[in-house]
Design a binder for this molecule. Sequence first.
Ligand SMILES: C[S@@+](CC[C@H](N)C(=O)[O-])C[C@H]1O[C@@H](n2cnc3c(N)ncnc32)[C@H](O)[C@@H]1O
Length: 246
Amino acid sequence: MARFLSLFLVCLLATASLFGLSGCATQQLEAGTDYTYSSPSSDGIGKIYLGREIAQVMGHEGAYWLERPSRELEERPQTALEALELRRDDVVADIGAGTGYFSFRLAAKVPDGKVLAVDLQPEMLALIDQKKEETGLTNIDPIQGSLDQPNLPLNSVDLALMVDAYHEFAYPREMMQGIVAALKPGGRVVLAEYRAENPLILIKRLHKMSQRQAQKEMAAVGLRWIKTDERLPQQHLLFFEKPGEG
Ligand SMILES: C[S@@+](CC[C@H](N)C(=O)[O-])C[C@H]1O[C@@H](n2cnc3c(N)ncnc32)[C@H](O)[C@@H]1O
């Protein structure tokens, strides 16, 4: 019976690959993790986490795009900042900070606190350093992250913000576990992600995320969903909380 079943499975996979369903045919589980692999989509890396294919990282060559003037209208960064309800002395981690488009705006809102601007690409961090000199803002610390860790100090962060970044993390579970460890008890995580539910939002598929998917992925690392704020034209602002002690 077992032999029959395994033969059936092999045939099923072979048939699937004949019909171009190579995703099913080649899926493999990475030992001891939650990741599976299939042939990559045009904007993905072929690695799947909780049913979602991870997007390709936006290279530093595209830094100018993050600073495009039309972003003010498209993403309304000031409105996003208001939604965060920051305190003057908050420690905010801007993870996947890119050129620091949000880090510098955040720094102005937390004059008695600071912004930890984490990115994977040293070229992005160099741009943040350069802008720090130009603006004279001192409450921003650029931090070199790695593929699976944000390299933040433990129990030190009030708010971890990820704007258009989380969907690119190659190790989302490990990154989020690192972020949760860096949060103070009761600390918040906010994801700004283009709405996958809306096909009229013309952003590459894997660079968007549904509310349901984000809730599933944050619950997997023990974060509690607080609310989803829909005041932005194209993005969800998804709020989560690290449960407090006791
Ligand atoms: C699309 S950009 C968004 C940048 C910025 N948040 C903004 O809104 O302008 C995504 C950024 O996430 C960074 N990134 C991707 N994976 C990362 C990781 N594992 N750790 C830290 N940064 C990461 C990329 O290097 C890139 O700068």
